[in-house]
Design a protein around this ligand. Structure first.
Ligand code: CP
Length: 308
């Protein structure tokens, strides 16, 4: 399967075979990701890192992935300390970094920014989140987590929280449609999954139901995927206050769930999962954050063409 020089912009362009290939490649990278084995697979390669929005996991796991494979990173650092503060456009910035790096990972607040960057780049662009648009590498690590900690085929999953603005849940739903998932959507009325996405999923044969209550919806699922209410995407702060803290998980909420239920969250969490849940066998979100490393190692090695 050929990934060399591919831009990774959105999950909509991924077939099930492509996803399976990335997940299998990531599995082979896990020992290196844990620091148990050394690798020089990406020696001599440079990853340009451009983050126009805050990040901990995506930025650092991309950098870890590159370093664990013997490559180097070139981080733009603070946007305020770069020439973007003087008014340089994204297109020009990409054209310049294209000459310094072998691949570029980009996070940007504007939907479509990664697509635009790809038009001006001769090296692969990896979309690390474009506004409320896509976050495909998060989806791939979510799928990897489900595969490692539960099962992908015939999965029963509940997605809870901000299903309107949460880009991770949009991409994840499309990806799960390849695996015949049964999807429950749990959100306050104001933050429901966009209708066009639900219609798309149904036309792909996915069984989708909607509710505004966690209990009893989570009692028969294999995975509960919680999300943060995306405060920064609300045009009106008063609207945010109306829905903040509406969906929360505590140990009591979990009294009737399946013993093998896994709780995932792309993180950062605010207060949608109480810290007491961390000590239960259901908590899977910190493992999920680690799995970003082998998945991003696999993606980098594939788009840089050092493996197929
Ligand atoms: N999940 C995620 O994208 O986390 P960061 O915003 O910290 O990168």
């Amino acid at each position: 399967m050929k990934f060399k020089d591919h831009h990774i912009i959105s999950m909509t362009s991924f077939s099930r075979d492509m996803i399976d290939h990335i997940l299998q490649t990531a599995e082979k990278m896990e020992e290196i990701a844990r620091g148990k084995r050394r690798s020089d697979l990406l020696k001599g390669k440079i990853l340009g890192v451009l983050f126009f929005e805050p990040s901990t996991r995506t930025r650092m796991s991309f950098e870890t992935a590159m370093l664990r494979l013997g490559g180097d990173v070139l981080n733009l650092g603070s946007v305020d300390a770069s020439s973007i503060a003087k008014g340089e456009t994204l297109a020009d910035t990409i054209r310049v970094i294209d000459g310094y790096a072998d691949s570029i990972v980009l996070r940007h607040p504007k939907e479509g920014a990664a697509h635009l960057a790809a038009e001006f780049s001769s090296v692969p662009i990896l979309n690390a989140g474009d506004g409320a648009g896509h976050h495909p590498t998060q989806t791939l690590l979510d799928l990897y987590t489900i595969k490692r900690e539960s099962h992908l085929d015939g999965l029963k999953i509940a997605l809870a929280g901000d299903l309107k603005y949460g880009r991770t849940v949009h991409s994840l739903c499309y990806a799960l449609s390849h695996y015949g998932a049964d999807i429950k959507l749990i959100s306050p009325d104001e933050l429901r999954m966009p209708k066009e996405i639900i219609n798309d999923l149904k036309s792909r044969g996915v069984h989708v139901t909607e509710t505004d209550a966690i209990d009893p919806a989570i009692n028969d699922v294999d995975v509960l995927y919680m999300t943060r209410i995306q405060k920064e995407r609300f045009p009106d702060p008063a609207e945010y206050q109306k829905v903040a803290n509406k969906l929360m998980i505590s140990v009591e909420t979990l009294e009737n769930v399946k013993p093998e239920l896994k709780i995932m969250h792309p993180l950062p969490r605010v207060n949608e999962i109480k810290p007491e849940v961390d000590a239960t066998p259901h908590a899977c979100y910190f493992k999920q954050a680690f799995y970003g490393v082998p998945v991003r190692m696999a993606l980098l090695a594939l788009v840089l063409g050092v493996i197929e």
